[in-house]
Design a protein around this ligand. Structure first.
Ligand SMILES: [Zn+2]
Length: 85
């Protein structure tokens, strides 16, 4: 059974028109660590995971991007779901 939170808020970035700040954090699906640059973390720490092997083997950049987005969403979802439980 899923818990729907209607008051859920997403932390926004603090970008301005001239600078890009990477202070938005993402949660790793595999270790639960909070990281700023998730693809770098996944490539360096979790390169031996099944999902990462599929991403690393992919030669299509759009497919690789789609799979990374899926892992990022699943990591953030896992954090919200297990915090609520
Ligand atoms: Zn991790």
């Amino acid at each position: 059974m899923f818990v729907v939170q209607t008051n859920m808020r997403v932390h926004p970035t603090e970008n301005t028109n001239h600078t890009r700040k990477r202070n938005k954090k993402y949660h790793c699906l595999f270790c639960g660590e909070e990281v700023e640059q998730l693809p770098r973390h996944l490539y360096s720490i979790h390169a031996d995971e099944h999902d990462m092997i599929q991403i690393l083997a992919s030669t299509d950049s759009s497919q690789r991007s789609r799979l990374l987005t899926k892992l990022r969403s699943m990591g953030n979802y896992k954090l919200v779901f297990f915090k609520a439980a």
